[in-house]
Design a protein around this ligand. Structure first.
Ligand SMILES: [Ca+2]
Ligand SMILES: [Ca+2]
Ligand SMILES: [Ca+2]
Ligand SMILES: [Ca+2]
Length: 492
C-alpha cells in the first residue's frame, strides 16, 4: 500500500516535472486516431447519358488526408448500356476517349486527396429500339494501407440511359429483275410502274431491311393493295423470287442476326384483262410487322405507294363448246352464240353481265377486212389495234395485232385442237366472199350470210391448230353448211 501511494505520488510528481509526456498522452485520448473512418465524397452529375452522345460526369474526393494511397474500382453495372471513360484502359478519367471500359481504377494520394477527380460515363450506342434504362456505376469498397480508408463503401452513381433508336424498316427500289426499262426514276414514289401483259417492265423489285436490331424474330408481311393489278412473288409463303408463284402477299423473316441484311421482294404485274381502265389504276405494296419484340409489333413500316399499273390492251378469245351448222342467224346471230355458249369465260354470269365477244367470221359488207388500200375497207372487224389476244386461259398469247388490226405472226395456235371454226373468208385472206366474185366459185354466199344450214351451201372454215397465219385462214376445208362447226370468239 505504501509503495502504491508512493508510486502515485511519484507519478504526479513526475508529471509535474515532465509535462510534455503528459500532454501527448492526453491528446491521444481527446482525438483518438482509430475512431475516424475516412469519408469518400461522391458528387453525382446529371446522371443522364444518351446513345446519341450525351455523357455525364461525376466527381470523387476524400474528406480527409489519408496516410497512404486510397484506391477504388468503378464499374458499370450494365456494360451493354454504360461504359466508363479511360484513356489508358486502366485508370478512370474524363478523357474524350471511350475505351468501352466495364471498370477502371481511381486512386488518391495523401497529396491530392482533397482535389476532386472528374470521371465520365458514356452510353453504349447500340442499334436496339428500347425504353430508357436506369443503371448504376458501382464504386467498390476502398483499399488502402491507411486503416481509416480501407473497406469504405462509397455511394454508387445512378445513371439514366436515353435511347436513340426507332424500330422501323426501309424499303428500297432496286433493279434485279433485268428490267430493260429500269431507271432510277421508277423508284420514286408516284413514278414507279409495272405493266400488264408485258415481257419487260412487268416486274419491279425492292428490298426491305429493318432499321434497328430486334430482340426477337420479326415477320414482315408484304401485301399488294390491289391483287388484280399486281402481286408478290411467293414461294411457300415467303417472299422469294426463285420458283415463286404470284400471290396477294408474302412474308420476310428477320432474325436478331440478319435484321440488317436487305431481303428482296418482287412485284409482278397481274393481267386482269379488264380493258381500257382509265385512268390507269395505282396500287401500293404495304408492309406490316409482327414480333415478340414489342417495338416491332404494330410498328408502321414504309409502304411503297403510288405504283401505276400501266394498262395494256390484252384480250382473250375462246372457241365455243357447242357446235353449230351454217345457219348461225347471220353475223349477229354468230355473236349471240358466242355470248351464250357455255365456253364463254363469264358463263357463270348472267348474259348481260358477261364481257362482250364477237365471232371471228366474215361476211361481205357486214364483217369484213380488206386492206386499207381497198375501198371496201374494214367493217365491224372483231380485232382491235395493237392488242395481244390470248387463249381462254388468259396466259397463252396467240397473236398481237398491229396498228391496222391485222397480224402476221402467231405465238400459239387458236386453241391447239384439230377442230375447225366457221369462218367464211377466201383462202389465204381475211376477205369475205363477195357476190359475183369471179375467183370464188366454191363459195355461194357464206351459207347465204350464215342463214343457210343445208348441204346446198358451203364455206371455208378456220383451222385451230396452226401457228401459220396463211394456214389459219386457208388451212381449213370448205364445208357444206349442214356440217357442225365451232366459232372462234374474240373479246371486245
Ligand atoms: Ca441501349
Ligand atoms: Ca442507338
Ligand atoms: Ca438503343
Ligand atoms: Ca388492269
Amino acid at each position: 500500500m505504501k509503495r502504491t501511494l508512493t508510486g502515485c505520488f511519484s507519478l504526479l510528481l513526475c508529471s509535474c516535472l515532465a509535462a510534455p509526456e503528459v500532454t501527448d498522452t492526453f491528446r491521444e485520448h481527446v482525438v483518438p486516431k482509430a475512431a475516424a473512418n475516412g469519408i469518400v465524397v461522391v458528387t453525382p452529375g446529371t446522371g443522364i447519358v444518351s446513345e446519341a452522345g450525351v455523357t455525364s460526369t461525376f466527381t470523387i474526393q476524400l474528406a480527409s488526408q489519408p496516410t497512404a494511397n486510397v484506391s477504388m474500382v468503378l464499374s458499370s453495372a450494365d456494360a451493354t448500356e454504360v461504359v466508363l471513360r479511360s484513356a489508358d484502359g486502366i485508370n478512370c478519367d474524363n478523357s474524350g476517349t471511350v475505351d468501352n471500359n466495364n471498370s477502371c481504377i481511381v486512386t488518391f494520394t495523401p497529396l491530392n486527396y482533397a482535389t476532386a477527380q472528374t470521371f465520365a460515363v458514356a452510353a453504349v450506342d447500340d442499334l436496339i429500339d428500347e425504353d430508357d434504362k436506369v443503371t448504376i456505376v458501382q464504386i467498390a469498397t476502398t483499399t488502402s494501407n491507411d486503416a481509416n480508408y480501407s473497406g469504405i463503401d462509397p455511394s454508387d452513381v445512378n445513371i439514366t440511359v436515353q435511347d436513340n433508336d426507332t424500330a422501323g424498316g426501309t424499303m428500297t427500289c432496286i433493279n434485279t429483275a433485268a428490267d430493260t426499262t429500269f431507271t432510277t426514276a421508277k423508284c420514286t414514289a408516284g413514278a414507279a410502274t409495272t405493266t400488264e401483259d408485258a415481257s419487260t417492265n412487268a416486274t419491279l423489285d425492292f428490298t426491305v431491311v429493318l432499321n434497328t436490331q430486334p430482340t426477337a424474330t420479326v415477320t414482315v408481311t408484304a401485301t399488294s393493295s390491289d391483287a388484280t393489278e399486281a402481286r408478290l412473288k411467293n414461294n411457300a409463303g415467303a417472299c422469294n423470287i426463285a420458283g415463286a408463284t404470284d400471290s396477294t402477299s408474302c412474308t420476310l423473316t428477320f432474325t436478331t442476326a440478319n435484321w440488317n441484311t436487305p431481303q428482296s421482294v418482287r412485284i409482278a404485274a397481274n393481267n386482269d384483262f379488264v380493258l381500257n381502265e382509265t385512268p390507269a389504276p395505282t396500287y401500293s405494296i404495304n408492309l406490316s410487322a409482327t414480333s415478340a419484340d414489342a417495338k416491332y409489333t404494330g410498328t408502321t413500316l414504309p409502304a411503297f405507294t403510288g405504283i401505276t399499273s400501266v394498262q395494256r390492251q390484252s384480250r382473250v378469245t375462246f372457241v365455243t363448246t357447242n357446235t353449230y351448222n351454217g345457219n348461225l342467224g347471220g353475223v349477229s346471230g354468230a355473236d349471240a352464240k358466242c355470248m351464250a355458249d357455255p365456253g364463254h369465260p363469264d358463263a357463270a354470269l348472267p348474259l348481260g353481265s358477261r364481257r362482250v365477244f364477237k365471232a371471228f367470221v366474215v361476211d361481205s359488207g357486214v364483217r369484213q377486212y380488206f386492206s386499207s388500200a381497198n375501198a371496201l375497207g374494214i367493217v365491224d372487224w372483231p380485232l382491235a389495234v395493237n392488242t395481244t389476244y390470248y387463249r381462254a386461259n388468259g396466259t397463252t398469247p396467240i397473236m398481237t395485232t398491229n396498228a391496222s388490226q391485222n397480224f402476221s405472226t402467231m405465238a400459239n395456235s387458236v386453241d391447239g385442237s384439230t377442230n375447225e371454226s366457221w369462218f367464211g373468208a377466201l383462202g389465204g385472206s381475211w376477205n369475205p366472199y363477195i357476190t359475183g366474185c369471179p375467183g370464188c366459185p366454191l363459195f355461194t354466199g357464206n351459207c347465204v350470210s350464215f342463214t343457210n344450214g343445208t348441204s346446198a351451201q358451203s364455206l371455208r372454215t378456220l383451222i385451230q391448230n396452226t401457228t401459220v397465219v396463211a394456214s389459219l385462214n386457208s388451212g381449213g376445208a370448205v364445208r357444206y353448211c349442214d356440217a357442225l362447226r365451232r366459232l372462234w370468239c374474240i373479246q371486245q
